[in-house]
Write a protein that binds this ligand. Structure first.
Ligand code: ADP
Length: 439
């Protein structure tokens, strides 16, 4: 017998015994009360009948002569001790024929008179003999009969309890056992473990929770593997390039000129940027990016960034416009991070926009939020690429992105930064006409 089954059985048995005990106790009390009440009522009726019979007797006979047989008979029939005394207390009759002389009563007697109540004729004392011989006996018989039923009932109940505790413990334990097995395997690294959810009880809920936890773990593990593969892939390209140049120089195929060294430096710079972007992304994804939140004049931040980016725009002959609502509120934000997001989005827009194109930044209030949008008149992004540009390392045109030095992490980090500010970021685009990034 398992622990749970034993506990269930013990609980059932306890409940059975307590219930039976309570019923027996209550039955005992009520039966006794009823019998005692009945006896008291009977005594009152008997006394009053005897009182009137004796009164009538005395009225007719004018003395108590010849009363003995009646008193003795009553005593025998009703199992009573009856004593009749005169007004002074001298015993006239004792139903048991034992007492003579003066009677010292324990309790008050019933005064007897003549029918006309002219004078007192004697005192009658009545006490039940073996008080409850009748009631005790009948209670005993009753309880013996009930007791037998209780024993049979108890045995049947305990048998039912054994069967019930077996069935219940099996029902309860089978999902628990399944869960334990699955959790053990999960703990050993088999993240594909799932359990069946076949009931809507707390166990069903537990099974569902387990399954969703296992699914999350599996997804996280999958993501981790993909990320490691992505990182290895991204690091490999600049490293291969550096190695290639160095080997070519060593083999004397290429002369170590200024341009070779510049190429090496560019690759190393890309590597360094990759590493620092990765570090930032990993912090952001773990939710550990520390924001220096302060009351920030967001309008001023946008204005400053706009000015800063003008030089780049002018170099590319692009018109950079800024339309900032004058009534923008002061908001709790990290000004450095918001600046970083803006620079990133504006740089992307400038990169995507050809000469004599335009990039415009607008900022206003919408639904209790500050909404900033960066729109360009560039090449735009196709719908299938638009879906993926916020993924890490995703670049629309890999070869061209390398020329611009992009790591494919800029938008991922920017979106994470905005989300850390409890905001959202999205992109819209019409291929050939331009794109718009809104946060
Ligand atoms: P990167 O650092 O390589 O620029 P991002 O995450 O910033 O990476 O951007 C991902 C890709 O999204 C870019 O390679 C680019 O192709 C595309 N993209 C971003 N902004 C724009 C834009 N304004 N117009 C067109 N394409 C864009």
């Amino acid at each position: 017998m398992g622990k749970l089954q034993f506990r269930l059985l013990a609980s059932f048995t306890l409940v059975i015994f307590v219930a039976m005990g309570a019923v027996l106790f209550l039955l005992n009390q009520t039966t006794k009360d009823i019998l005692e009440n009945r006896q008291a009522e009977e005594m009152v009726a008997l006394s009053s009948r005897m009182q009137s019979a004796l009164t009538e007797y005395y009225t007719i006979n004018r003395d108590w002569d010849g009363i003995e047989p009646y008193i003795e008979q009553w005593g025998n029939i009703y199992e009573l001790k009856i004593i009749l005394t005169d007004t002074e207390g001298s015993i006239i009759v004792d139903s048991d024929n034992k007492l003579t002389g003066t009677y010292t009563p324990d309790s008050g007697g019933i005064p007897l008179t003549t029918l006309f109540r002219t004078s007192q004729t004697g005192i009658l004392y009545i006490t039940p003999k073996a008080t409850s011989s009748f009631s005790l006996e009948s209670i005993q018989i009753l309880f013996n009969a009930i007791g037998q039923y209780f024993i049979v009932g108890g045995i049947v109940s305990i048998a039912v309890a054994i069967i019930l505790s077996y069935i219940l413990s099996r029902r309860v334990l089978s999902p628990v056992k399944e869960l334990t097995g699955a959790a053990r395997k999960l703990g050993k690294g088999d993240l594909s473990q799932r359990v069946r959810v076949n009931e809507q009880s707390e166990f069903g809920e537990l099974a569902e929770t387990f399954n969703s936890m296992a699914a999350n773990l599996e997804k996280a593990e999958e993501l981790r593997k993909n990320m490691v593969a992505d990182i290895a892939h991204e690091l490999r390209t600049p490293l291969t390039n550096i190695k290639g140049y160095l080997e070519a120089v060593l083999d004397g195929v290429v002369q170590p000129s200024e341009s070779t060294i510049r190429n090496l430096d560019e690759e190393a710079t890309l590597l360094a940027r990759l590493v620092s972007d990765l570090q930032e992304l990993s912090l952001a994804e773990a939710g550990e990016l520390k924001l220096q939140v302060e009351s920030t004049d967001i309008g001023q931040i946008i204005g400053n960034t706009c000015e800063l980016m003008q030089t780049k725009a002018v170099q590319k002959k692009i018109t950079l416009r800024c339309e900032i609502d004058n009534n923008l509120p002061v908001i709790p934000a990290d000004p450095q991070r918001i600046g970083q997001v803006l620079r990133n989005l504006i740089t992307n827009a400038l990169t995507a926009t050809p000469h004599s194109g335009s990039v415009s930044i607008t900022a206003g209030q919408k639904d209790g939020f500050v909404e900033v949008s960066i729109a360009d008149s560039g090449e735009g992004i196709s719908p299938e690429n638009l879906e993926r540009i916020f993924e890490r390392f995703y670049r629309v045109d890999k070869s061209r992105a390398r020329a611009t030095g992009g790591t494919g992490l800029g938008l991922t980090i920017a979106r994470r930064l905005i989300e850390a500010h409890h905001g959202t970021m999205r992109a819209e685009s019409e291929p050939g006409k331009g794109s718009r990034f809104i946060f």
